[in-house]
Design a protein around this ligand. Structure first.
Ligand SMILES: CCCCCCCCCC(=O)SCCNC(=O)CCNC(=O)[C@H](O)C(C)(C)COP(=O)(O)OP(=O)(O)OC[C@H]1O[C@@H](n2cnc3c(N)ncnc32)[C@H](O)[C@@H]1OP(=O)(O)O
Length: 181
């Protein structure tokens, strides 16, 4: 992480502490309410440049016997870190880099609580970090951090999604650009 980061003021569009942070895109696998196979994560604004997230670990998220798949946990962190960027960015961001430390097994049936915060930003780069705890389920212990994550997010303009917007509902009638392939 660069040492010349700043901590901006929250943007006006970010909800007040304790209020829900709305989904950023209804078809999002992480948070969208029009993504039936998705994870339906929910988020609440924290007291500062932070958010709290919640994930119910469904049986279909299984990796090893009885435990969450590491990719699903990574996705949840990606979502939580992306969401906290909304506290300082009033527009889209995309993940540039994502790190996860898997500290404890997470049984299916757990409810995970994520706490994500802004570490700082410079130019288009936003650095954020988060940790997860099991708050409901067979091994619940809110004092134990079961996984941690750090990410770098880049602010982008709407043009970033220009080439893919026709794929929102799957494969469009015509491929990208003017190629006849
Ligand atoms: C706000 C809404 C809430 C959102 C929640 C969303 C949760 C889910 C988010 C996702 O999963 S997004 C999907 C996964 N990510 C992608 O698909 C992004 C694919 N990558 C890209 O499109 C481009 O690589 C990217 C936009 C990230 C960067 O390309 P750019 O051409 O815009 O950036 P550029 O190369 O000019 O670099 C800008 C700065 O970022 C730095 N940078 C870019 N990629 C980096 C990287 N991977 N690691 C470290 N630094 C990186 C780069 O060095 C430079 O630093 P400086 O300002 O200091 O010069």
């Amino acid at each position: 992480m660069p040492d010349d980061l700043t901590l901006p003021e929250p943007v006006g569009s970010f909800p007040a502490a304790g209020q829900p942070v709305p989904q950023h895109w209804s078809r999002c696998f992480g948070c969208g309410d029009q993504s039936p196979a998705g994870m339906s994560m929910s988020f609440t604004a924290g007291e500062g440049l932070d958010v709290w997230g919640r994930l119910e670990v469904a049986p279909r998220y299984q990796g090893g016997p009885g435990v969450i798949h590491g990719g699903i946990l990574s996705t949840a962190f990606d979502e939580a870190l992306g969401m906290v960027c909304r506290s300082i960015v009033d527009g889209p961001v995309v993940t540039g880099h994502l790190e996860i430390d898997f500290a404890r097994p997470i049984p299916l049936g757990s409810v995970l609580e994520f706490h994500a915060r802004i570490d700082g930003s410079i130019r288009r780069k936003v650095y954020a970090s988060a940790e997860a705890r099991i708050v409901e389920g067979p091994t619940a212990d809110p004092d134990v951090v079961v996984a941690t994550s750090r990410g770098l997010f880049l602010t982008v303009t709407a043009e970033h999604f220009e080439k893919t917007k026709d794929f929102v509902d799957g494969v469009p009638e015509r491929p990208f650009g003017t190629s006849s392939i």
